[in-house]
Design a binder for this molecule. Sequence first.
Ligand SMILES: CC(C)(COP(=O)(O)OP(=O)(O)OC[C@H]1O[C@@H](n2cnc3c(N)ncnc32)[C@H](O)[C@@H]1OP(=O)(O)O)[C@@H](O)C(=O)NCCC(=O)NCCS
Length: 166
Amino acid sequence: MDTKGLSGKYIVKELGDSDIQDIFNLCRENRLYYEYCPPMVTEESIKKDMTALPPNTKISDKFYIGFYDEGKLIAVMDLISGYPEQKIAYIGFFMTNVAIQKRGVGTEIISELCDYLKRKGFISIRLAWVKGNPQAEHFWLKNMFVALKETTSNVADSVILAERCL
Ligand SMILES: CC(C)(COP(=O)(O)OP(=O)(O)OC[C@H]1O[C@@H](n2cnc3c(N)ncnc32)[C@H](O)[C@@H]1OP(=O)(O)O)[C@@H](O)C(=O)NCCC(=O)NCCS
């Protein structure tokens, strides 16, 4: 996957150790998310997330990426290509900078991602949100994700697995 093609508007970059402080600063302001998905983020938890993989996937399938606007990190995404099936992509994490929230930026990034993945031959995107998190639920439903089932995960006892067909 050529991550640079993921957005026409923002610079997209694969994130590494030298970006951990910026990621931490973005994440720590999103308090509501960590109320539903504890524990609170730390620099160590970010470092771990950078290489965490779902079952039967390889590190080359994983894209832990940042979206930049005028040099500033405005969003972080953990994207897995080919999970749980070859033509499905999985968003393990997506978060925007609180300073730019509620202006349609998150929706714009997801729309561009969908266009890109469709062009690449993917048939759908899957993800899960913690049941009851109003912000996440509202956002993903608004972005045309449809609940598939309620299930459990390593982040919470009750999550909603959802899918958007491309
Ligand atoms: C969810 C998130 C990515 C949305 O980013 P964004 O740039 O604000 O996205 P948009 O502006 O396109 O849309 C935000 C929508 O959420 C709504 N929203 C924001 N906070 C909300 C809340 N506490 N309760 C309900 N809806 C809320 C906004 O009103 C808006 O919907 P609207 O256009 O119908 O009014 C961002 O809020 C975030 O990073 N949250 C923390 C991480 C998270 O929950 N990620 C998703 C789960 S993996």
